[in-house]
Design a protein around this ligand. Sequence first.
Ligand SMILES: NC(=O)c1ccc[n+]([C@@H]2O[C@H](COP(=O)([O-])OP(=O)(O)OC[C@H]3O[C@@H](n4cnc5c(N)ncnc54)[C@H](OP(=O)(O)O)[C@@H]3O)[C@@H](O)[C@H]2O)c1
Length: 260
Amino acid sequence: MSDLQKLFGLSGRVAVVTGASAGLGVEFAEALASAGADVALLARRKERIESVAERLSADYGVRAFPVAVDITDRAAVREAFAGVAKELGTIDVLVNNAGVSPTGKAERQWPEDWDNTLELNLTALFHCCLLAAEHMRAGGRGGRIINVTSIFARLASSLFRVSAYVAAKGGAENLTRQLAVEWASDDITVNAIAPAWFPTEMIEESLTKGGIEESMSAANPMGRIGRTGELKTACLFLAAPGSSYVTGTTVMVDGGHSAW
Ligand SMILES: NC(=O)c1ccc[n+]([C@@H]2O[C@H](COP(=O)([O-])OP(=O)(O)OC[C@H]3O[C@@H](n4cnc5c(N)ncnc54)[C@H](OP(=O)(O)O)[C@@H]3O)[C@@H](O)[C@H]2O)c1
């Protein structure tokens, strides 16, 4: 095994990615598979995850296991994690990526958007952390939890009205720190990735509106939004066997957006 493989290789490891039917979840699953991990793909759209699984197995020679599940359904997601462990083995890595981002004035986000957003982006994320940690402890070899937050875990958005989203993401970022502290003695690291804007279904409608991409780009030192593929290395770094002393931190993948 090369030195690089010892540091970053994930062969023989099992990763779970939530929200793996589209967008960034597919990118994270692909990054982990490219490092040799077997991957479980969780999302509601069965055909989508089946086709992602087929592609990853063919391209990287790993086992890819699609599990159609709504991760806000607590009983179903518990069963899904048990199914992954049975099919692929002990869970080593969790990427908590599923999320929604409804837009609308704060007054109009109450109560439906608020409830749905907090339930998926924060409560289900916490539940998945708990389930993964249970499996990781049982496996006895520690683990890596990666929560996908946002630059808007720390900042307000001037472009979009996203009260519920910023509240949930801010909560997820601080929860990341707390779990990192509580689970350090189990060798379970808990970190976050905070992206700026990336072109996925989540923002595709906004991108079709005149001037929005220009405004997003103007708010960024690099003068552009993120590109597909630019989140892979952050995921690989936080999932890596060599990152055993990195915990409770957030990797900003934002072209410097949060730096100025
Ligand atoms: N794109 C950006 O600019 C950006 C920026 C910062 C942070 N983020 C964060 O990155 C993550 C991924 O975003 P994205 O842009 O890739 O979004 P996306 O393209 O809209 O994809 C969202 C994913 O979440 C899944 N999902 C939604 N509700 C679910 C549920 N109840 N149960 C299971 N899966 C569910 C969707 O799958 P199904 O519909 O098949 O269930 C889909 O795979 C989110 O947490 C988002 O907040 C995105």
